[in-house]
Design a binder for this molecule. Structure first.
Ligand code: GLN
Length: 261
């Protein structure tokens, strides 16, 4: 079932497509807030602009995922939305774990990030077990962590917006996605932002995050293109001037004038 009806999402190219990338959006109804759907749109658009074809697949509770996904994204939601997708997540656990082990790029935000960890315990004490793909555990709190967020990552300085009560702790040995330069990140205490295992990225950045951070978006596309075609990613030049300006200005505003890159 399509996630959105956007004629520009498929490659409108006169040249032959370099290959088809299956982009799976997990739970677009239950887990997609603060603009998270924009990440799927951004990835579909960039896949097309790089000369590939985006096959966007919305995964809804009650259906079975197969192993054909080359790129998987999931967004944030309310605690109640997380509880609604739990059963389906476990019905598809082996597939998702297998895809992660195969190096399939995945980006899980906020509520889905928490469910890709070991467990999320809500503020009322309800324990929602997670898939354990990321070795993190999240505890809900009465106080929310809200505001703009800046992470330093291997894909440069990334900006977004966070709004979560869950406080996430990385187990020993779990790599963070980035280091917090502004905002709360995983827990507001240890400066870690998100988590990364293989090509699975979890973090708290909404926004949507990818249009403002095209380098990260293209890294996900590159991993996916290589899996889909068995060949190195063949990028096309992109004009990211507006996105770069928007990101740079936000970083300057939050961190000061010498900080933007
Ligand atoms: N329920 C989670 C929390 O508040 C997730 C929030 C979200 O996905 N934005 O921690």
């Amino acid at each position: 079932m399509p996630v959105f009806d956007e004629p520009g999402a498929a490659a409108p190219s006169v040249r032959p497509s370099k290959g088809t990338i299956n982009l799976v959006h997990l739970y677009p109804r239950e887990m997609s807030i603060y603009g998270d759907l924009g990440n799927t749109r951004c990835l579909a658009a960039r896949i097309a602009r790089h000369g590939y074809t985006a096959n966007v697949i919305g995964h809804h509770p009650g259906s079975l995922l197969d192993r054909s996904a080359h790129l998987v994204v999931g967004g944030g939601g309310q605690d109640s939305g997380q509880a609604r997708v739990e059963e389906d997540l476990f019905a598809n656990a082996d597939t998702l774990r297998g895809l992660a082990a195969d190096g399939v790029p995945m980006m899980m935000i906020c509520g889905t990030y928490q469910l890709f960890g070991n467990a999320f315990v809500t503020v009322e004490g309800q324990r929602l077990p997670g898939l354990g793909i990321l070795d993190v555990t999240t505890q809900g709190n009465a106080k929310r962590m809200i505001g703009p967020s800046v992470l330093e990552t291997e894909f440069g300085t990334i900006v977004g917006y966070e709004n979560h009560s869950g406080s996430t702790t990385l187990s020993a040995g779990q790599s963070p996605f980035g280091v917090v330069r502004h905002g709360f990140g995983n827990n507001g205490e240890d400066q870690t932002g998100g988590a990364r295992t293989a090509n699975v990225f979890g973090h708290y950045l909404h926004g949507p995050v990818l249009p403002a951070n095209p380098r990260f978006a293209d890294a996900l596309v590159a991993y996916a293109a290589e899996l889909a075609t068995g060949r190195p990613f063949e990028p096309e030049p992109q004009d990211d001037g507006v996105a770069d300006q928007a990101r740079t200005r936000q970083i300057r505003r939050l961190l000061g004038s010498d900080s933007a890159r």
